[in-house]
Ligand binder design. Structure first.
Ligand SMILES: NC(=O)c1ccc[n+]([C@@H]2O[C@H](COP(=O)([O-])OP(=O)(O)OC[C@H]3O[C@@H](n4cnc5c(N)ncnc54)[C@H](O)[C@@H]3O)[C@@H](O)[C@H]2O)c1
Length: 339
């Protein structure tokens, strides 16, 4: 397998995965509607990889446009990152989330079927574990969702399972990511959320560069060592390598449908993350403690054994590297890709 179509390839995780794939010798084609990415990411990717990368500014719900891409290229597999991802926004705008995430995936699958491209890696999320009762989280644990965003991931997983059950020619890997952060070593590629960040890392780094005044910690009365929520953080470059491992797996195995957790297997509290960022940034991060946020669970971290055994993949990078890399990007580009 040599040619990979990456949907959402100008976004945070997609862009880092594109670099990784190109460096490993894959030909990559990107499709992204730029709804949550800047067109300026493309020249950065081409500069870092020293390769020209075909890019289509297309919404993948537009079937005809998507078909043109499959006509123009002999695609071997697809990595499907494209989607809306903000939990809070999905509660406010459920129809946008159902329309964008579900219709885009179904359209993509139809076009893949039409062109006999039946190998897919899908971006799922740890959010599909809902409100779990025990840790670490295993791929076989019960699922549930507490937001429209989470439901789109769960339903897409179900659609993929049904598709693989119906047609033996499909091979699909769903990757349930934990909490990605960090950035490319160059400091020229990183997370660039539009508006106020939803995730902890870009919020802290924006406080670090003075764009935001202080961090809001949601609850310090959880049953954890310091009362703040505990999450499993993973460097975006480790996550990118996980996608490459999934592609290699699809090359070798007729796996039908498989789910893998991609996380570090360890949990860090919000206060521990603040400390690690303070070390990277070299100054204190001011924060206030607010009340708990609806839907937040106290603790979440992955059991990573299945990914280690079957994909031969595990994380390499530490929390300190994640924070240092995220900070390098933010310091070098305080206003992200669009100053
Ligand atoms: N970042 C996280 O914390 C996290 C955690 C778990 C799962 N995920 C999932 O991983 C995937 C990538 O996440 P990310 O953090 O890189 O997000 P991102 O928003 O940076 O990237 C998604 C990209 O998809 C594009 N896109 C959205 N809808 C599209 C459409 N209909 N057609 C074409 N392009 C479209 C956006 O412009 C964006 O560039 C998403 O599916 C997300 O739900 C992310």
């Amino acid at each position: 397998m040599n040619t990979i179509l990456v949907t959402g390839g100008l976004g945070f995780i997609g862009s880092h995965t594109v670099i990784d794939l190109v460096k490993q010798g894959y030909s990559v084609i990107i499709v992204d509607n730029l709804s949550n990415a800047s067109a300026k990411v493309l020249p950065v990717l081409e500069e870092l990889s020293q390769k020209k990368i075909p890019f289509y500014p297309v919404d993948i719900r537009e079937k005809k446009e998507l078909e043109k891409i499959f006509q123009e290229h002999q695609i071997d597999a697809v990595i499907h990152f494209a989607g809306l991802k903000a939990v809070g926004e999905s509660v406010q705008k459920p129809l946008s989330y159902y329309d964008n995430n579900l219709i885009s995936t179904i359209t993509l699958l139809e076009v893949m079927e039409e062109y006999s491209v039946r190998k897919l890696v899908f971006s799922s999320s740890a959010t599909v574990y809902g409100e779990p009762e025990k840790m670490p989280l295993l791929e076989t644990d019960l699922t549930g969702a507490t937001s429209p965003y989470g439901r789109t991931k769960l339903w897409i997983e179900q659609i993929l399972q049904d598709l693989c059950d119906a047609n033996d020619a499909w091979d699909v890997v769903a990757l349930r990511y934990f909490n990605p952060l960090g950035a490319h070593k160059s400091g020229d590629l990183g997370e660039d959320p539009k508006g106020i960040p939803n995730n902890l890392a870009p919020y802290i780094t924006q406080v670090g560069v003075g764009k935001l005044e202080k961090l809001h910690v949601f609850g310090n009365d959880y049953p954890t060592s310091d009362g703040t929520c505990v999450r499993d953080y993973i460097h975006v470059l480790d996550l990118a390598a996980g996608h490459r491992a999934a592609i290699t797996y699809l090359e070798k195995e007729h796996c039908r449908y498989e789910i893998f957790n991609l996380g570090s297997g360890s949990g860090f509290s919000v206060l521990e993350m603040i400390k690690s960022f303070e070390k990277a940034i070299g100054k204190e991060i001011p924060f206030v403690v607010d009340s708990r946020r609806a839907g937040d669970i106290p603790v979440s971290y992955a059991d990573t054994k299945k990914a280690e055994d079957k994909l031969g993949w595990k994380v390499q990078k530490t929390i300190d590297e994640m924070c240092a890399d995220a900070w390098r990007w933010q310091k070098k580009h305080p206003d992200g890709f669009e100053p």
